[in-house]
Design a protein around this ligand. Structure first.
Ligand code: COI
Length: 354
């Protein structure tokens, strides 16, 4: 956008708010009344607007549908006890969206347009932000290539949308994960570090196989040797061996998670030992055999902090300590919950008032 555009607001005439059972939310099943939309045409972001949440009409030849130029983000808005609405680290998400866009040769979006669109949308749909414990308004920004063409080349036109969904936690409790040593989610040099739609498509078959074996999620290993732990697809992972927290280093095959980064910062602030490095399945097995594997948990916007109860590695199943014995992850979870509810000091400056 060359100059600041006014965001035009078209309000719905038939709100669905009254139909929502806020006491029984599931993840991503209901969508709020409005969405923010802006188009990239002839090298400019144009016509930013808030419209009623609605279907898109697209050509079957639209390039995003064929060649996967589609990226997204996930962030959350919370309501504090005074009814004020805050979002957790929105600018970080605007920046990561642009990292994703650059990797897939898509148009980048000015951060101020991301923030203005988000703020305007949340003002219009403020009543959709749940105040129930453990609930939030999940925010889904997305960008798709909208060229009508069949040649394989970067599109010239894009659509950026933000829509929202009132949600409870992604996982109901702790999860069992199965280490994947046949399929690959992402390889070094690939797109694993960004939020590209295709990363999630590639994860579905192995995830289904893991589910069939009684697990909740896949624990991905590196694409080269299938020896080192990477992430879970829906969340980054962290472990505690002895008194040291360990999380796989990100590189180009592991999502650069904003919750991950926040948990690392909290650990450092509180004086815990934390290492970002390669962690092999063998090291996990050995630590478990020596009673040194104290904690394992996932981190992500949707998952927040989700404890891992069991890790399947081939025929071996590692059992983690009871959830109430996990000192660091419980402390971090408690702090983040209180922070988001406006009940803990925001000493890192992570909550942005909308
Ligand atoms: C998020 O945590 O926001 C994600 O994008 C994960 C998604 C698979 C639900």
């Amino acid at each position: 956008m060359a100059e600041k555009h006014e965001i035009v607001i078209e309000r719905t005439s038939s709100s669905r708010l009254a139909q929502i059972d806020f006491a029984n939310l599931t993840f991503g099943a209901e969508f709020s009344d409005h969405m923010f939309v802006v188009d990239y045409i002839d090298g400019q972001w144009v016509n930013p607007k808030i419209t009623p949440f609605q279907n898109l009409s697209v050509s079957p030849s639209m390039t995003a549908l064929h060649y996967g130029q589609t990226i997204f983000e996930g962030l959350k808005a919370f309501k504090n006890t005074e009814g004020e609405i805050s979002v957790f680290r929105p600018l970080e998400h605007a920046k990561r969206l642009n990292t994703s866009a650059e990797r897939l040769c898509m148009a980048t979006l000015p951060e101020e347009l991301f923030m203005d669109g988000l703020k305007t949308l949340l003002k219009v749909d403020k009543d959709w932000v749940p105040s129930e414990e453990g609930c939030s308004l999940y925010i889904r920004p997305m960008m798709i290539a909208t060229d009508v063409a069949l040649g394989v080349s970067p599109a010239k036109s894009y659509k950026f949308i933000i829509f929202t969904s009132p949600v409870a936690s992604y996982y109901a409790g702790s999860v069992k994960v199965l280490a994947e040593t046949e399929y690959t989610r992402a390889a070094e040099g690939g797109t694993g570090f960004i939020k590209a739609g295709g990363n999630y498509a590639a994860s579905l078959l192995p995830a289904k196989n893991a589910l069939d074996k009684g697990y909740d999620q896949v624990l991905w290993t590196d694409g080269k040797e299938h020896k080192y732990v990477e992430e879970c697809g829906t969340m980054n992972v962290m472990f505690q061996i002895g008194d040291t927290l360990i999380t796989p280093a990100t590189g180009t095959s592991v999502l650069s998670g904003i919750t991950r980064k926040s948990i690392i910062a909290l650990a450092q602030h509180w004086g815990y030992k934390i290492e970002e490095r390669k962690l092999s399945l063998e090291e996990l097995k050995e630590a478990s055999a020596n009673d040194e594997l104290k904690d394992a948990f996932g981190t992500g916007t949707a998952a927040t902090i989700t404890h891992i109860s069991h890790i399947g590695i081939g025929d071996t199943v590692l059992e983690l300590p009871a959830e109430n014995e996990r000192e660091f992850s419980n402390k971090a979870q408690d702090y983040l919950t209180r922070l988001k509810a406006g009940q803990a000091e925001d000493f890192m400056g992570w909550m942005e008032k909308m």
